[in-house]
Write a protein that binds this ligand. Structure first.
Ligand code: ZN
Length: 491
């Protein structure tokens, strides 16, 4: 028996000892790692093998890459050939006019830019005005390219990547998806140029519809009811107007100070939907066929103008249409609701419950059964449309502490101020919905998913452009980007 035990012990030691030749470094290690003590009779499981990659890409991936490599130069050449033909025809075009007279052909020079198929370019004619000295490149303007910058489709694709991922990740995605290597700054510029174009378009549409002489989209059957939910969420803004610059490559900049209250701005978002398009998935889950988002880093008037413009563009507002407006208790929402003649104002049910919870926690204790029961009963009564009864009952309560007295007073005031917006039984019966959940999920998609990642700060212009781009994508209108003229930036 003793012999057997010794053999077993020896065996277990052999198993745990590192394999001879496994380490390529033959030098003596300076520190010896303490070997784990192995209990008697224990056989250690074999060490996990190092995972091995396949020596080659799969056959199909190789085949695809080979085709791409073969045809990319040909596509690049085909684009270049088309550009050469346009360049050759420059002399036949009308001369551009400046100061009421045709401009003079000054010279021509080669201008190049980056396309999805690689670098391309043209010999572009430059015209000059004899009077004011103004210069123009009509061919570059017609092509809407910016020399030295990604242009055309590539610029739009970079704008797309940059509005869903951080600029550095978007640059990495460009290399992987498009086979075009750019840096984060290039993506940033594409987002600014395209975003500015989208933002200007959206704002112009908003100004247009705000004017009484504008025309709404023709709609044979405007809906009877449209639901608009409005809310705001905070966005961290840059403290400085200018980016900090390192004096040398080695210099390490001190961390940015924590964002204080004053450096936040509110992004206001509105969601439009038709109750008739809500689909019941299960008794308590509904899905939406369609919803339209508007968003801005502006004041209350700006978001309501955007809502109005969207309703008119969609043909969702007619003389008989009731606009159902769901919001929290914020005064800016109800003040502007009056712009809709037929309207139904609803106080978000969950905001109403939050006030009740504040009181219940203080009065009955955090997480207590009493608090649960009390708020559950209140919720039932509110949903049953008994708001006036609820207010009367709240007034008879006798809070036991100063804090719970204050919470109760706030609750009674909030419910009294908003009583006419709390006829939840009616709203439920009519299918209007009672919660602002749609706008809260919109905040997550529009703002949080891209603009509120760790440490992100925004300039007002940067946030405005990025928001405009994200809305284009989230509203399913990205194809419109082709028809927008990207805005040129001075370097
Ligand atoms: Zn001129």
């Amino acid at each position: 028996m003793r012999v057997l035990a010794t053999v077993r012990q020896l065996l277990s030691r052999v198993r745990v000892a590192p394999e001879a030749g496994a380490c390529s470094d033959t030098r003596q290690p300076t520190t010896v790692r303490k070997r784990a003590r192995v209990p008697k009779g224990h056989v250690a499981p074999p060490a996990p093998p190092r995972p091995v990659l396949a020596a080659l890409a799969s056959k199909f991936v190789r085949l695809e890459r080979e085709v791409l490599e073969r045809f990319r130069p040909q596509m690049q050449q085909a684009i270049q050939d088309e550009l050469d033909a346009l360049a050759a025809a420059q002399g036949q075009a009308h001369r551009p006019v400046c100061c009421d007279r045709p401009m003079r052909h000054h010279d021509s020079s080669r201008k190049s830019w980056l396309s999805w198929a690689g670098r391309v370019g043209v010999r572009a004619w430059r015209y000059r005005c004899n009077l004011c000295g103004g210069e123009r490149y009509p061919l570059l303007e017609a092509l809407e390219v910016e020399p030295g910058q990604p242009s055309g489709l590539l610029a739009r694709m970079l704008g797309l990547l940059g509005c869903v991922a951080s600029y550095s990740l978007a640059a990495e995605m460009s290399a992987q998806l498009l086979g075009v290597k750019v840096n984060a700054m290039t993506v940033w510029r594409a987002v600014q140029r395209l975003g500015e174009a989208v933002a200007r378009h959206t704002e112009a549409l908003s100004r247009y519809h705000a004017d009484s002489r504008s025309q709404a989209s023709e709609s044979a059957h405007p809906p009877d009811v449209v639901v608009a939910t409005v809310d705001g969420c905070a966005l961290g803004m840059q403290v400085r107007r200018k980016r900090r610059q390192r004096q040398s490559a080695e210099e390490i900049l001190p961390p940015l100070p924590p964002v204080e209250d004053g450096q936040f701005r509110e992004v206001k978002t509105g969601v439009l939907l038709l109750p008739s398009e809500r689909v019941l998935l299960s008794p308590d889950r509904r899905a939406l066929v369609r919803r339209v988002l508007v968003s801005c880093l502006g004041d209350a008037d700006a978001i309501f103008n955007l809502l109005w413009a969207a309703l008119r563009e969609l043909g969702w507002i007619g003389p008989q249409t009731t606009v159902v407006l769901i919001g929290d208790g914020a005064e800016w929402i109800w003040k502007r609701a009056t712009m809709f003649t037929n309207r139904c104002e609803i106080l978000d049910f969950w905001h109403a419950m939050e006030y009740a919870w504040d009181y219940a926690r203080l009065q009955f204790g955090e997480g207590s059964r009493r608090a649960d029961q009390w708020t559950a009963r209140l919720a039932r009564d509110l949903k049953a449309g008994k708001i006036l009864t609820v207010i009367e009952r709240l007034k008879t309560l006798a809070p036991t502490s100063k804090e719970s007295r204050e919470a109760l007073d706030a609750l009674v005031k909030y419910y009294t101020d908003n009583a006419s917006r709390m006829r939840y039984d009616e709203y439920l019966r009519l299918g209007y919905g009672i919660g602002s959940g749609s706008v809260e999920s919109a905040h997550k998609q529009v703002v949080h998913a891209r603009l509120r990642q760790a440490g992100m700060r925004w300039s007002p212009e940067g946030a405005r452009r990025l928001l405009a781009l994200r809305l284009l994508l989230l509203n399913g209108n990205w194809a419109m980007a082709d028809q927008l003229r990207m805005v040129r930036f001075a370097a």
